[in-house]
Design a binder for this molecule. Structure first.
Ligand code: B12
Length: 209
């Protein structure tokens, strides 16, 4: 197997411990960082995403692959600086006030990063103003996560705060989390509801590819 193909395979298998050595060896052997990124890491995550949609792998495996990809990126990032490495769009994601669940939104962030978006991970238990500030700072999209029925109303508060600040039309608003539905998203005026991280990638690619 070529260097690049084995890097792809390592991401698919989520082999955290070997990815950085493999990338370093490929770099030492003269393979270009951009090729390792596009044909190794990103292609690997594409396969993982497809496998996930097909029900062949589950959240723990996806998280492991995304982490493997990130470790690989840590080696490549300094080498990619200065090259034309413009993110497709900037996506700020966070969990709403009163809610501490972060596994799903972290997964969304990692998956988006792995396919070329810049992700600002805002954290958990966030005041609505944190999202408003991101919109003011110029991010393209805002993603809110809520896992509790009691915290879902925060999403509407955030959308209203964006309206009040005159920023609503400047950002695309995504909502997600187990209790959130398409119907709820429509009701509160969100632009997109994503059932999972694979879905949000499809929606983002529809907007920015
Ligand atoms: C793990 C977990 C916890 C952990 C959280 C750890 C962490 N770091 O996140 C801990 C133990 C801390 C916890 C605490 C509580 N939990 Co809890 N928890 C869960 C559990 C088992 C899994 C959630 C999870 O991580 N799923 C895996 C991820 C990958 O899936 P996901 O979050 O749905 O995310 C995917 C999609 O929804 C979507 N998505 C998610 N966010 C976003 C955001 C955007 C922008 C987009 C586009 C998409 C998107 O994409 C993700 C990836 O595919 C769920 C049960 C369940 N099946 O959901 C209960 C659950 C959510 N918890 C529940 C409860 C009640 C609580 C507590 C109140 C318990 C208590 N009495 O203390 C506290 C609340 C604490 C708080 N204030 O937040 C209830 C909620 C009931 C409800 N409907 O309100 C659930 C449903 C369990 C149950 N059946 O009763 N919990």
């Amino acid at each position: 197997m070529s260097n690049v193909a084995s890097i792809m395979d390592t991401v698919v298998k989520g082999q955290l411990k070997v990815i950085q050595d493999l990338i370093q060896k490929a770099l030492d052997g003269g393979v270009a960082p951009r090729q390792l990124l596009d044909e190794g890491l990103v292609k690997g995550m594409d396969v993982v995403s497809e496998n996930w949609k097909a029900g062949k792998v589950f959240v723990p495996e996806v998280l492991r692959s995304a982490k493997t990809m990130q470790l690989g990126m840590d080696v490549l990032k300094p080498l990619l600086v200065g090259m034309s490495f413009k993110p497709k769009a900037v996506f700020a994601v966070g969990t709403v006030k009163g809610d501490l669940h972060d596994i799903g939104k972290n997964l969304v962030g990692m998956m988006l990063e792995s396919v070329g978006y810049k992700v600002v991970n805002l954290g958990i238990d966030l005041d609505p103003q944190v999202f408003v500030e991101q919109a003011r700072a110029g991010v393209d999209c805002i993603g809110m996560s809520a896992l509790l029925t009691t915290t879902m109303p925060q999403m509407k508060i955030i959308i209203d705060s964006l309206e009040e600040a005159g920023l609503r039309s400047k950002v695309k608003v995504f909502v997600g989390g187990a209790p959130v539905t398409q119907e709820f998203a429509k009701e509160i005026g969100a632009d997109f509801y994503s059932i999972d991280a694979a879905h949000v990638i499809e929606q983002m690619n529809g907007l920015y590819s």
